[in-house]
Write a protein that binds this ligand. Structure first.
Ligand code: C2E
Ligand code: CA
Ligand code: CA
Length: 943
């Protein structure tokens, strides 16, 4: 069985088939033989019986006649006719006749005869006829004959079977062959794979075998790659280990490693020589024993970082100034770091200490340190050390509420000395200066040389300004004492600028800069003195700078836009144009007026930038409005600096060129007087160019500057714009009225047009018109508005009715008080009504209660009565005015009582009364005009 299991598959199959075939064949043969034998026996039996019967009958007949010869012949014939018969014998009595043939030759082997039992061979039959006995017939069969037949058949059968079997095996072998080939290949591949990992089998054969082949190849692939990876890893690990080892051995730093418990595992040669421990001795010793460290400064044992590294897994550096004590007690200053050694999983396996000898570095550092922080010539601290000391001093001042002075000292006549006597003398002088100063200073003060003849001084722990001043006084006195350099007596002085911390609450650098500024101030003020820096002044300046920067960026980033305020001709009720007024649309603070940014734009570049922006916006607007069918002028404000700058005309021309559709005649430039006055020639030239370009130039805020007649004569401006401060008070202030009149007169004389700005009420407008200024601009007409609002505004704009009323009337200045009365009345009513909104009452008690004491009342009783007393409207007005005061008082009383509702209702009545008064005043105006200067009739009043 075991052998079978070890036999190759083909042979196994073969044997099994052979065995089955054998058993089957044997069985079949046996059955075949049995059957054949029976058949043969039957055939023999039948043949003998037949032969015996026929032969017996023949013999009996012949025996009757005694024809023995024929009997003999019969016997012969029968025996030869039947191959099966071998012998035939007839006996009768003593007579015996026989014929026999020699036995047949056996064609079968002996074993076959043994296997197949012999047939019964002899048959004895009684020959009789008609009851008479004619002897006995003995027929003997040849047993070889049937056996030969059977054998013959069997051989044939066996041949067929063998053929079939051979065919079967052949087919079997063929069927198995391909499968077996695959298997063989697989086997062979497997065997080869052991030595050659690249071996793969050819995939073929039945499905299972193909799968097997594929599986084999995949497996081989996997194994090969895994092995390759393993090999690389191993090689790398090996290389790394070697490298690590070599590094460790050849590194200039000392390296000690410990295990997780802090016991030494390894020392490299440098560590061995520095600690005095050999690797063999140190191994397994606690780290503290091998790596003994102390603080260089105190000599106390220093904390070994290993324990913390192992406990917390952190990387640590040694405290500065740590020293290592070797086994023999030798002390070496070291620098080191300690780090945990971790497994790939992050587990702390130990600690690695890396350190090196820094003795050389220390010495070198000290040397370099001094050089780096001191001035070689004077031995004084340099700028670097000064900064350090200054910071310390400031920190102390902060801590202890002390004061620190930072001073900059510059020798006043050093350069001439240097030039005259040479550098050596200059150096000697500097050394002497340093010496003298240092003599006078305290331990805590720092005198430093910043370069050249510039020294800095930090005075710490001052009690206050006076102490500082005292020190600087003494220093200056000492420095002005004569110097003996190269047999020559030299005298110099110094300028000191200083600042005091924390009054000047800035950092060291800034303090030095401040001291520097103060020093320059001291120089400017005449040298040989000390100057305190003005922190407040500087703060304002720096804030100004910051603000300027913000504004500059806002302008650049498009946060600026132009608003437009209309300018109208009151007499004709026509819109003349607009003044472009800049606004800053601040992202957080909303819309900001120029007051918030213009003061910071005085810097000429900024002013120019705004000017360019304004010109561009104005020209864009002119073109847009022209396109909409309006020939409106647009006035642009130009800063004096921009206007007089050399590039102004370039800017202007560029703007015009950029807007060819805009008519330049519609552009007006507004410049304030001062600009023009600063450089008259230049201003005149620019204005002349503008004139050529057909651009109008207006003098803005006219009246507040230093306009002189000469200037006005020489500057070819087109328009004078009366400053709003005069316009505003023109109804109240006789002085302003006179000024406005004068300006208007001036403009007429010089042939310039005039515009009034700041026109807040229609009365202002009327008066200005009367005075000869028809063009006005002001809140009374409209406030500045975004460009987009202009067209809708213009479409809905109605000129004030009172302008028309007064426009055509030839009224005289003697009617002016009427106008003022009207204005006063409005103010009175407004004042009362505004108290309901929380405004303060500015009227005196008398003005409030007494209708003779208010300004309208005054006018009524005096000028009004004189000029209009004869008119009915004047008389009718009186009771209404009285009622105004009663009602006004009532409004205030109700408000006082807290009955706001009633107060408001009363206020409505008051407003109605106001309108009636205004109505009366208008009537007076028209009536007086139509009565063509009726003589004043003082008696005509109602009183
Ligand atoms: P300004 O040239 O005298 O312009 C008139 C100023 O008076 C404007 O103030 C205007 O809003 C205001 N105003 C107009 N009517 C009335 C009124 O009836 N009553 C009162 N109380 N004020 C009135 P705003 O817009 O604040 O401008 C102030 C100043 O800033 C301007 O004075 C002008 O000198 C300057 N400015 C405005 N825009 C620009 C600009 O784009 N460039 C330059 N360089 N300066 C500008
Ligand atoms: Ca203006
Ligand atoms: Ca103005």
């Amino acid at each position: 069985m075991k052998i079978l299991r070890q036999t190759p598959l083909f042979w196994r199959l073969f044997f099994v088939c052979a065995a089955v075939t054998l058993v089957d064949g044997t069985l079949r043969t046996w059955l075949f033989l049995r059957e054949e034998r029976a058949t043969q026996m039957q055939a023999i039996d039948l043949s003998i019986t037949t032969t015996a019967t026929l032969l017996g009958a023949d013999i009996a007949e012949l025996a009757i006649t005694g024809d023995y010869a024929s009997i003999q012949d019969q016997l012969r014939r029968r025996v030869t006719a039947h191959p099966m018969l071998q012998r035939a014998e007839w006996r009768l009595g003593k007579a015996r006749l026989a014929f026999e043939v020699p036995p047949l030759r056996a064609n079968y082997p002996a074993w076959f005869a043994r296997l197949t039992p012999l047939f019964e061979c002899t048959r004895t039959t009684q020959v009789s006829l008609g009851g008479t006995d004619y002897g006995t017939l003995i027929l003997t069969c040849d047993p070889v004959h049937p056996l030969n037949i059977i054998w013959q058949r069997m051989v044939t059968q066996a041949g067929v079977s063998a053929g079939a079997l051979a065919l079967l095996f052949l087919l079997l072998a063929l069927a198995l062959r391909s499968s077996l080939m695959s298997l063989f290949r697989l086997t062979e591949a497997s065997q080869r794979f052991i030595t050659d990992l690249g071996t793969r089998t050819q995939v073929g054969g039945s499905r299972e075998l193909r799968e097997l082949g594929l599986a084999f190849n995949a497996m081989a692939e996997k194994i090969e790659s895994t092995l390759a990876a393993l090999q690389t890893t191993r090689a790398e690990l090996q290389r790394e280990a070697t490298l690590n080892h070599v590094t460790l051995m050849s590194i200039g730093d000392a390296v000690i490693t410990t295990d997780a418990e802090g016991y030494v595992t390894q020392l490299n040669p440098v560590a061995e020589s520095m600690t005095g421990w050999s690797q063999a001795e140190a191994q397994g010793k606690p780290i503290d024993e091998v790596f003994r460290i102390i603080s260089e400064e105190t000599g106390e044992p220093a904390v070994n970082p290993t324990e913390r590294v192992l406990r917390e897994g952190v990387v640590l550096g040694l405290a500065n100034h740590t020293a290592l004590i070797a086994r023999d007690g030798h002390v070496t200053p070291i620098e080191d770091s300690a780090a945990p050694i971790r497994s790939a999983a992050g587990e702390i396996l130990g600690c690695v200490l890396v350190f090196h000898d820094v003795s050389e570095k220390r010495a070198w550092q000290t040397e370099i340190g001094w050089q780096a922080t001191h001035d070689a010539l004077t031995g004084l601290p340099n700028r670097m050390l000064l900064a350090d000391r200054l910071d310390q001093s400031l920190a102390r001042a902060r801590r202890e509420d002390g004061q620190t002075a930072v001073a900059l000292i510059d020798l006043d006549e050093f350069k001439p000395v240097n030039d005259r006597l040479g550098h050596a003398a200059g150096d000697a002088l500097l050394r002497e200066v340093a010496r003298r100063m240092q003599e006078m200073l305290r331990e805590t003060d720092t005198l430093a040389r910043l370069g050249g003849d510039e020294l800095a001084l930090v005075l710490s722990d001052l009690s206050g300004l006076d102490e500082a001043k005292g020190i600087f006084d003494r220093l200056l006195a000492r420095l002005t004492e004569p110097y003996q350099i190269e047999d020559e007596e030299i005298r110099i002085s110094a300028s000191i600028g200083y600042t005091l911390f924390p009054q000047d609450n800035a950092d060291g650098d800034t303090l030095l800069r401040h001291a520097d500024q103060a020093m320059y101030a001291a120089k400017r003020a005449g040298r040989n003195r000390h100057f305190l820096f003005d922190a407040q002044h500087d703060m304002a300046q720096s804030q100004q700078r910051e603000r300027m920067e913000v504004i500059r960026q806002a302008l650049e980033s498009g946060q600026f836009e132009m608003f437009y305020q209309p300018k109208v001709n009151m007499r004709h009720g026509r819109i003349m144009g607009f003044e472009a007024l800049a606004r800053w649309r601040h992202p957080q603070q909303g819309l900001l007026p120029p007051g918030t940014f213009l003061p910071f734009m005085e810097d000429h570049l900024m002013g120019s930038a705004l000017g360019r922006f304004a010109l561009d916006a104005a020209l864009t607007q002119i073109a847009a409005w022209q396109a909409a069918g309006h020939t409106w002028e647009v006035a642009v404000n130009i800063t004096p600096q921009h206007f007089t700058s050399p590039h102004f005309l370039t800017d202007l021309e560029a703007a015009l060129a950029a807007h060819p559709q805009a008519d330049p005649q519609l552009l007006t430039l507004e410049i304030v007087e001062s600009a023009a006055m600063a450089d008259l020639e230049q201003a005149a030239r620019v204005i002349a160019t503008c004139n050529r370009l057909k651009i109008n130039v207006a003098v803005d805020d006219f009246g507040v500057g230093y306009a002189s007649l000469t200037y006005l004569k020489r500057l070819p401006v087109d328009v004078l714009k009366i400053d709003q401060s005069f316009v505003r008070d023109v109804l109240d202030d006789a002085g302003d009225l006179a000024l406005v009149e004068a300006i208007i007169a001036l403009s007429t004389v010089f042939g310039r047009s005039v515009v009034a700005e700041g026109v807040e009420t229609s009365e202002h407008g009327v008066l200005l018109m009367r005075l000869g200024c028809d063009v006005a601009q002001g809140y009374g007409i409209a406030r500045p508005m975004p460009a987009a609002d202009v067209l809708p505004w213009a479409a809905g704009w109605q000129p004030d009715p009172s302008w028309a009323l007064w426009a055509d009337t030839k009224w005289e200045m003697s009617d002016f008080p009427l106008l003022v009365a009207q204005y006063d009345h409005l103010r009175w009513v407004k004042n009362v009504i505004n108290t309901l909104e929380g405004s303060r009452l500015t009227l005196s008690h008398q003005e409030l209660v007494d209708h003779h004491s208010c300004r309208l009342g005054h006018w009524y009783d005096t000028h009004g009565k004189q000029r209009y007393g004869h008119l009915p409207a004047f008389r009718e007005m009186y009771p209404v005015h009285e009622l105004v005061h009663v009602t006004g008082r009532e409004v205030l009383r109700l408000k006082e009582m807290g009955d706001m509702e009633a107060a408001r209702a009363k206020a409505q009545e008051l407003l109605a009364l106001k309108d009636r008064i205004l109505g009366f005043l208008s009537r007076l105006q028209t009536e007086v005009a139509s009565s063509t200067h009726a003589p004043p009739n003082p008696e005509a009043g109602p009183e």
